[in-house]
Design a protein around this ligand. Sequence first.
Ligand code: NBP
Length: 480
Amino acid sequence: MATSEARAQIGVTGLAVMGSNIARNFARHGYTVALHNRSIGKTDALLEAHGGEGDFVRTETVEEFVAALEKPRRVLIMVKAGDATDAVIEELADAMEPGDIIIDGGNALYTDTIRREAAMAARGLNFVGAGISGGEEGALNGPAIMPGGPKESYESLGPMLESIAAQVDGTPCCTHIGPDGSGHFVKMVHNGIEYADMQLIGEAYNLFRDALGFDAKQIADVFTQWNTGELESYLVEITAEVLNQVDAKTGKPLVDVIVDAAEQKGTGRWTVKSALDLGIPVTGIAEAVFARALSGSRTQRAAAKGLASGVLGEKPTDVAEFTEAIRQALYASKIVAYAQGFDQIAAGSAEYNWDLHPGDLATIWRGGCIIRARFLNRIKEAYEADPALPSLILAPYFREAIEKAIDSWRRVVVVATQLGIPVPAFASSLSYYDGLRAERLPAALTQGQRDFFGAHTYERIDAEGKYHTLWSGDRSEVPA
Ligand code: NBP
């Protein structure tokens, strides 16, 4: 361990699980890392357990911490998102100098990052909002990193971040995303997609359990098998691990003794709120957020037990055929969820003038992060072939995959409905797909109704301009 006079290349403040592991990751890559935490206990605990892994500088006060850093100073904040981040930024900004770089690696709301970047820029400081994904394991061994902020700061910071990020085929899972809040925005959408992916996996699990009568071990075996094909991904892999886990206390599968009420920290909700503002239908993500909320409505659910199901259908008898149908439904719904997430990224980019490159995101999400999956290679290729792709669904590879899956996808939604098994994300993804490809939507009627009660006008299929019908008069049509 170096002395407090050492000049560190990077400082990490906030040494809970994420900060400690990232600090260790930097140190293992040969950087001298200044350590700081509000309370000294976490700093000392880190040094005691892992101080030998690299060159760390122990500091107690913010002034000492800042003084330990090489110029331009680089400080990574890994504290609880929200007010704590603002408090830490203020303290650091007071102690730092123009040209220094403050990086917020927490899960900040991107609009907070836009505000903070502007405030720091006014003081001559570079502020980088960096989305970091991969949980504690990723933080230590290689996360996916999505840094926003000024391009100039990436020149000094980028090589360091790229060296500690996950690497796939020699490419780091880190790239400069775009200005101000763009890094946290894409991290937010990443988390939204993660919600959708988890919900879809959950619906598949539910069908195996309630439509096919599989136990947890049998379902784990299916997921293990799926992880060798086009669904190969971190989330499918850990699904098998969770389903295989046996509870030491009861000897039952752990999943059967966990309360079925999902919690959430908020990034899924943020994604949906932002999508509502941007006018982008992210139905898969929204259903996932609502499904967690429904599962958590424990009083209502207890009171609703015994509500009528109506006459239920027959369970599928060809187990192998229905297993494959579930796989196809999962794959097609997953394509929809990603397509919607990428639509939101395109809309955010246009709204904030970020000039984001969806292909770059698919590239850096291939490793380190929670949604890492074989299929991201396909997304990367799709955007390489056509950077202005109107929807991922229209890329030849995904179009064909859905064409192959569509009959199974419909059958799974029908069977689930007939059996009274909730599949909100499978069903809404299918409806989204049918809506997108429909030649005529009921929106014409909506426009007629809006014109009737509010004179909101409508367009005609056979003429330019806007029109209004004199509903409370002689019902003739006039140009608006
Ligand atoms: P937490 O989110 O649990 O935050 C704990 C840290 O925040 C401690 O170092 C604590 O200091 C510090 N802190 C708090 Br709380 N209030 C503070 C204040 N007013 N001033 C200064 N420090 C304060 O830690 P985490 O789970 O390691 O996550 C860190 C960040 O990374 C969060 O923004 C999180 O959303 C994000 N993130 C987490 C994950 C994950 O898998 N956990 C993944 C990706 C991103 P103390 O020790 O003195 O209390």
